[in-house]
Ligand binder design. Structure first.
Ligand code: ASP
Ligand code: MG
Length: 412
């Protein structure tokens, strides 16, 4: 039998009623002849509550016990989903991560999946079981301890199962009905995409379109797992939602597929650093060791052996960045005149695989921003993305203007 993976996020299993609704969807797929692997999240809000309990009990917690507690939300929904399916006369049973086993590294709270042996579940399918309900987000370390995969990790569980079982598709049921050209709360003209390429989704996911955990998209791209994002709150057909797939499967697409943004950015500049070999290494090593996730980087041309170095990072990391720079100055590893922090910036990006074969996207983007009187502070580009840093107060305006200018409300 062909295998289908269906993943239900926290809002889709938030109540017994919703679990029943989700189980009905599973029943529809079973009746089409699939062996189904259902991956469940914890009920929405549950994981946050568990994390809160751990922090209250032990602020400097033992990460192994954190995982023991925080993984438990998924155990509840897996069992309830199996019971619900049994009530519908569908042969089903639940599996916790360690029972499969989902073998992971021992990096507690951010473990990576290393292997999912398919023998146990396949044997059950052969005996007539129709649905294997698996608790998402969790696995077992080589030491035999329970691990978790990082917040949002059940998406990654789902894709890993789809790869391991060579599933026809991995359907991700969530509270939105697909991937949009931009956030519909920012532009009323945002349009749901029928298809999007893995690379584009990766850019959108890491830019803050929080539909899928970034790692799950990376994994899907590596193993060519067809991913579909769709709503568990609507009646669904085979074409519903958005298909995340290989570029080759997308015949026509706009040059730009989406406008992404990230609101809480900050910009920092080191004024007058010595321009010598190793200076960038010294600065960014210090930032990285200080726990700062640097995104964009610009180095000015130098004058008389001195230059300015600018980078962006999440706004809540700016204090850490300042400290890392002050410490490095005290230690004598870098030397500069001044640190300037700009806390009121946002990043806006246009993304599209069509940029590989079309010129003029950057020019058009800059012209659109200029027409709106928006100043660009930093620019970075990749093969399929152009990002700018601008004042945060213009972020919505920029997103709307770009969405209009690239006509993302219209199908190519
Ligand atoms: N329940 C976990 C979380 O909230 C995993 C997931 O739902 O993907 O992060
Ligand atoms: Mg999620």
């Amino acid at each position: 039998m062909p295998v289908l993976v269906m993943k239900f996020g926290g809002t889709s299993v938030a109540t017994l009623d919703r679990i029943r609704r989700a189980a009905k969807r599973v029943g529809v797929e079973v009746s089409k002849g699939y062996d189904v692997i259902v991956i469940v999240s914890a009920m929405s809000g549950k994981t946050n509550e568990l994390v809160g309990w751990v922090n209250e009990t032990s602020p400097l917690y033992d990460a192994r016990e954190y995982d023991a507690v925080v993984s438990s939300g998924e155990n509840v929904t897996a069992g309830l989903m199996a019971l619900t399916l049994q009530e519908m006369d569908i042969p089903a049973r639940s599996w916790q991560g360690w029972q499969v086993p989902v073998k992971t590294t021992s990096a507690h709270s951010s473990a990576r999946i290393e292997e999912i042996p398919s023998a146990n579940i396949t044997a059950k399918f052969a005996e007539g079981m129709k649905v294997a309900v698996v608790a998402g987000f969790q696995g077992v370390s080589p030491e035999g301890r329970i691990t978790t995969l990082g917040r949002g990790g059940s998406d990654t569980t789902a894709v890993a199962f789809a790869a391991a079982f060579e599933a026809v598709r991995c359907d991700i049921y969530t509270d939105v009905d697909g991937v949009y050209t931009t956030d519909p709360r920012v532009s009323a003209k945002a349009r749901k995409l029928d298809k999007i390429a893995f690379e584009e989704m990766l850019e959108l996911a890491s830019l803050g379109a929080k539909v899928l955990q970034t790692r799950s998209v990376e994994l899907a791209m590596r193993y060519k797992v067809k991913l579909r994002v769709l709503s568990s709150f609507e009646e669904q057909s085979d074409e519903a939602g958005t298909l995340v797939c290989a570029e080759e499967e997308i015949m026509e697409s706009n040059v730009v597929s989406g406008v992404a943004f990230s609101r809480d950015e900050a910009k920092m500049t080191l004024v007058s650093v010595a321009d010598r070999p190793g200076i960038a290494a010294a600065i960014f090593t210090a930032l990285s060791e200080g726990g700062v996730n640097v995104d964009m980087i610009v180095q000015n041309i130098s004058e008389e052996g001195r230059t300015d170095m600018t980078w962006s990072c999440p706004v809540d990391q700016i204090k850490r960045a300042e400290k890392a720079m002050d410490d490095a100055k005290t230690a004598g590893t870098i030397n500069f005149n001044e640190v300037i922090a700009d806390m009121d910036v946002a990043k806006v990006s246009v993304v599209g695989i069509g940029m590989r074969s079309h010129t003029g996207v950057a020019a058009k983007m800059f012209q659109v921003l200029s027409n709106e009187g928006i100043n660009i502070k930093v620019i970075t580009t990749s093969e399929i993305k152009i990002s700018v840093l601008i004042d945060r107060k213009y972020m919505e305006l920029a997103v709307q203007a770009l969405h209009d200018a690239f006509e993302l409300d219209k199908v190519a």
